[in-house]
Structure formats: C-alpha cells, structure tokens
Design a protein around this ligand. Structure first.
Ligand code: ADP
Ligand code: MG
Length: 564
C-alpha cells in the first residue's frame, strides 16, 4: 500500500490561493456554491460512466449532496455519492491547474485587488475558494468501483503543500470538510447555510440535503434531528416553466454550468416539440473566455438526454462561430449511449444545431434592436467570432450580415457601431455600392489615401481592420442587393455620382494628361498592368491600386504571412 505523502502545490495554485483569499473575501459565501457545484458534477460523471458500467452504482442509485455543520468542531462538510477520486486524480485535480488559458490569466494579473478579483472570477474560483473561509480543508474520497480500503484523504492548510494518505471509506464519493477560520462562525448554523444554498444552488437538479432541525425550548436553541430533508427544488432547472424561474436562478445556473463568476449577458430558454424534441437553455456570457481563440479550448454546450448528463462541450450542437455560447441542451430523441462520433452523423443533432443557431440569432437581433448598449457589449467581446458565421452558416448569412457592426468614416473613432443597414440608409443619391477599405490596423485604414475623394464627396466608407475581415468579405459580397466594394481596387467608378460639369472636367483632364500617361506606361513597362488618370485622389499625386478581380494587398500579405 502507498504511504502518506506530502506534496507541493503547483506554483500557479499557490499564487491563485493567495490572491483568492485576499481579493474575494467580500464574496466569501461562494465557497458553498463551488463545492456543491463540484459535488453535482461528480454525480453527473458517475451517472454518465454508469451508462456503460451499471455496477459502479453498487446498489446506491439515489445520487444526492449533503451539507452538515458541527458547532463544536467548527466544521462544515459537503458530501456527495458521486464519482469520487483516486489518489492520482486527487493529486492532479486538487494540486494543479490544468486549464487552457492559465498562462493568459496569470499574465493579466495586475496587483489591483478589484481588477484581479474580476479576473479570478472569470478564470473560475472552484475548489480553492474553500480556503477563503477555511484554515484547513480535508477531502475524503473513494472512487466508484474501487475497494473500501482504497480511499484517500487529502489535507491542506492552503499554504503551499498538501498531504495525501490512504484511508478506508465505507461508501463511494467525496466528502469535503472545511475547518473554519476564526470569525467565520456565521456558517455554523442551519438557517444561514440554507439561505446560501437557496440563493446559489437552488438550480442544482439533485437533492441537496441537510439535517432537519427543531426548536428546543429547554435548551432554547435549534437542535438537529437524525433525519435528512431536501432544501432545494431538486429538479432540472431547464425542465421548469419559464414563468417559474427567476432571473437570479437563471444567473446562478449559468455560473454553475459555465464555471463563470459573472452573470450572463443574456439567455434564451425554449422547449421544442415536433419532429425533434428537445429543450435548450442557452446563455451568452458577458466576457469572452481566455481561450476563445484557442482551438483546443472548451466550447459548446452540455448535452443531456432525458435529463441524464451525457457530455460537456458537445461542440456538434452549435456551429463553430457560436462557440462562445454556453448552456444545456436536453434531447428526448438521442440514445443514452450516444458518442461524439454518433453526434457528428446524427440527423437529430443537425436539427438541434440549426435550431440553436436560430435561437441565438433571434436573441441577438432582439438585443440589437431593443438593448443597443447591451449589444455593443456583446459585439466588443464576440463580434469577431460572429463574423466567421458569414462564411460558415450560409443559411443564415443575411441574418448575420444584419448583426455585423463596423467602424466607419461617419462614426467616432475606432468603435465598431455602424450596421450595414445604417450605411445603406445614408447612401447618397445615385450611390449603388457599399464602400470599404481594409488594412492591418484601424489607423492604417482611416489614413488610407484612397479615402480622399470619398471624404471630399461625403461618401461613407467602412473601415475594416480585424483579422477575419478579408475572409468574411470573400463570403459577404453584397448586402441588400448592393455590392461591397473595396476603394483600394481599380476601376472604381464614381462617375455616376459626378455631376455633368465634373464629368466634362474629368474628360478634359484625361485628354491633357494623355502624353504623360503614355510616358509613364513606357517607363514602368511590365511592372504595372495599366496607368490611368483618376479622379479618386484629392491631395496625393498618385496611388497604386489592384485590379478589381485580384486579391487585395492586405489579403495578399496575410496569405504570404500564413505561408501560402
Ligand atoms: P472545475 O469544477 O471548474 O473543474 P474545481 O476547482 O471546482 O474546478 O475542481 C477541480 C477538479 O477537482 C474538478 O474538475 C474535479 O475533477 C475534482 N473534484 C472537485 N470536487 C470533486 C468532487 N466532489 N468529486 C469528484 N471530483 C471532484
Ligand atoms: Mg468546480
């Protein structure tokens, strides 16, 4: 048998623990939410593994979470009969941080309490939040399917090390005991704990149980009875009628499933009946996760089948450009033993994916129309990802195009606030195109010499500088019947917008400069395709443009950089 051992926390854990205790103190009761959330996840995992291996239940299928306190020992204990942890799992899960985005997180810390608290929240507080109120934490755990004698005891004071020892445990699952710090006696009461559980954990679909309590007149205090009672609603939140769920409950549910500390920006909750039957509860986070651009990062939603948890990050249930959406989809049609491979092929999944995309787009349309400030918040965080949808989701291309926002010569600074519909509504008499210029940066776009004539004529030009823009433009060629045209390309015909006098003047100019053009053409020879007189410049003497049908210089540079 393995012996008791003392191990050091990964350096990042030490740093996180220190920060957490200092910056999240004003929110200290969240430790209970985090531990209940982990207990619930552990039960979900057991239920899922038991689909293939029912023996794991060993006769105990009533999954539940229990919360107890002991006034004399000054402890609070949260236990579950979920999946449990082996020694190796405990060392990995409770001693290190193995999450994508970890490096970014630590590099963004500033030392400013308030800012860091927000970052920590975004990063996810989890198990380590126990140390906000506890001077010592012990975790007793037995993995489902292993012997009574193979349980483990993990203990730490949160300073830098933890110990792990082999122990016996009669039943499966995990029990986390917090030895409270001085001054945290508030948590040693049934009323207080119930109040926190109702506030933060009512959405948990498993029963959360506490000992019943009764008023003892003789002792003149509440006494615990040897009997459990369930203190939450204990049904899956998404199965409840919308009218029976409060905003706070939706928000807490979101925090649990998204492992986010912040409230969501918006959500949509629907039950779909018909050929396919499913319930969706989808959330848009307030902030982009650290790993939004990480291809290995978490994405997608949790999949349930008839209320049984099947998997996290079921990326097939949403198109990739909606990878920032979090939530739950509960299908009535899929088999319980569905695998990721089956999900890829399934017709039911395709129906769900299309339905979910439509719901999210409706949610965004509604936000753009009725809550423009909220939409700006959304756009700042996720606009670049949504742009990918113009190429990925051809069925919804028009809807996505309406949701796009751009910087423009008619708007303030670099903020992306102008919609294509705004642009069209401001088009000049006779203008039949939507003009844009694209560059590596906003500064380069807004200082482009190509803009001169447009500024002079008062024609609006969209200023594009996001990495995805060129890619997007190769799919989004028109809006509302009007082609999107780069002002950096040749043959730009502004003549329809010129008045008679201007046209006459231009013709004269072209005639006068014919000899010069011919000399330039000879001098430049093969280096250029054509030299022509243009009316597109105001202050600059000349500019280089590419042919209408050629790649733009910006896209060329991008492709070259990508080694193509
Ligand atoms: P997260 O829940 O976001 O993964 P936590 O810090 O809350 O992060 O938990 C870390 C990990 O520890 C979990 O992912 C899980 O593997 C393990 N864990 C925590 N609590 C339990 C528990 N009650 N039962 C089984 N595993 C647990
Ligand atoms: Mg957790």
């Amino acid at each position: 048998h393995e012996q008791s051992e003392t191990l050091g926390f990964q350096a990042e854990v030490k740093q996180l623990l220190h920060l957490m205790i200092h910056s999240l103190y004003s929110n200290k009761e969240i430790f209970l939410r985090e531990l209940v959330s982990n207990a619930s996840d552990a039960c979900d995992k057991l239920r899922f593994e038991a689909i293939d291996n029912p023996d794991l239940f060993q006769g105990d299928t009533d999954l539940r979470i229990r919360v107890e306190y002991d006034k004399d020992a000054r402890t609070v204990t949260i236990s579950d009969n979920g999946i449990g942890m082996t020694r190796d799992e405990a060392i990995a899960n409770l001693g290190t941080i193995a999450r994508s985005g970890t490096k970014e997180f630590f590099s963004q810390l500033t030392g400013d309490k308030q800012k860091d608290a927000q970052l920590i929240g975004q990063f996810g507080v989890g198990f380590y939040s126990s140390f906000i109120v506890a001077q010592k934490v012990s975790v007793l755990s037995r993995r489902a399917g292993v012997a009574e004698t193979d349980a483990i005891l993990w203990e730490s004071d949160g300073q830098g090390e933890f110990s792990i020892s082999p122990v016996e445990k009669a039943d499966r699952g995990t029990s986390v005991t917090l030895y409270l710090r001085d001054g945290e006696d508030d948590f040693l009461g049934g009323w207080k704990l119930r109040e926190i559980l109702r506030r933060y954990s009512d959405h948990i679909s498993l029963p959360i149980q506490m000992h019943k309590e009764e008023w003892d007149a003789e002792k003149s205090e509440q006494v615990k009875k040897n009997e459990w009672e369930t203190v939450n609603q204990a049904n899956a939140l998404w199965t409840r009628a919308k009218s029976e769920v409060t905003d706070e409950q939706y928000q807490e549910f979101y925090k649990h499933i998204a492992h986010d500390f912040d409230d969501p920006l918006a959500w949509t909750h629907n039950r779909v009946e018909g050929r396919s039957e499913y319930t969706q509860l989808l959330f848009i986070p307030k902030r982009a996760p650290m790993d939004l651009w990480d291809r290995e990062g978490k994405r997608g939603v949790k999949l349930y089948v008839k209320r049984v948890f099947i998997m996290d990050d079921a990326e097939q249930l949403l198109p990739t450009y909606l990878r920032f959406v979090r939530g739950v989809i509960d299908s009535a049609d899929l088999p319980l033993n569905v695998s990721r491979e089956i999900l890829q092929e399934s017709r039911d999944v395709r129906v769900i994916r299309e339905g979910s995309a439509k719901r999210i787009l409706s949610l965004l349309e509604d936000m753009a129309e009725n809550k423009p400030e909220q939409y700006t918040e959304f756009w700042t965080q996720f606009g670049q990802v949504l742009k990918e949808g113009t190429g990925e989701d051809t069925n919804n291309k028009e809807r996505i195009a309406k949701l796009l926002r751009f910087a423009s010569t008619q708007a303030e600074g670099s903020a992306q606030t102008v919609s294509l519909a705004d642009y069209v509504s401001r088009m000049k008499e006779g203008q039949d195109k939507i003009y844009y210029v694209s560059a590596d940066s906003f500064a380069a776009a807004s200082n482009s010499p190509h803009l001169e004539i447009f500024r002079k004529k008062g024609l609006e030009v969209l200023l594009l500088s996001d990495r995805v823009d060129e890619w997007m433009l190769s799919y989004l060629r028109e809006f509302d019947g009007k082609p999107l045209v780069s002002i950096a390309k040749g043959g730009l015909d502004l003549d329809t917008l010129a008045d008679e006098e201007e046209k006459k003047h231009q013709a004269e100019v072209a005639e006068t400069f014919k000899p010069l053009v011919e000399r330039l053409q000879t001098a430049l020879g093969e280096k250029v395709k054509e030299v022509r007189v243009t009316s597109r410049l105001v202050d600059s003497p000349a500019c280089v443009v590419v042919d209408e049908n050629e790649l733009s210089p910006h896209l060329l540079r991008m492709l070259q950089a990508a080694g193509q």
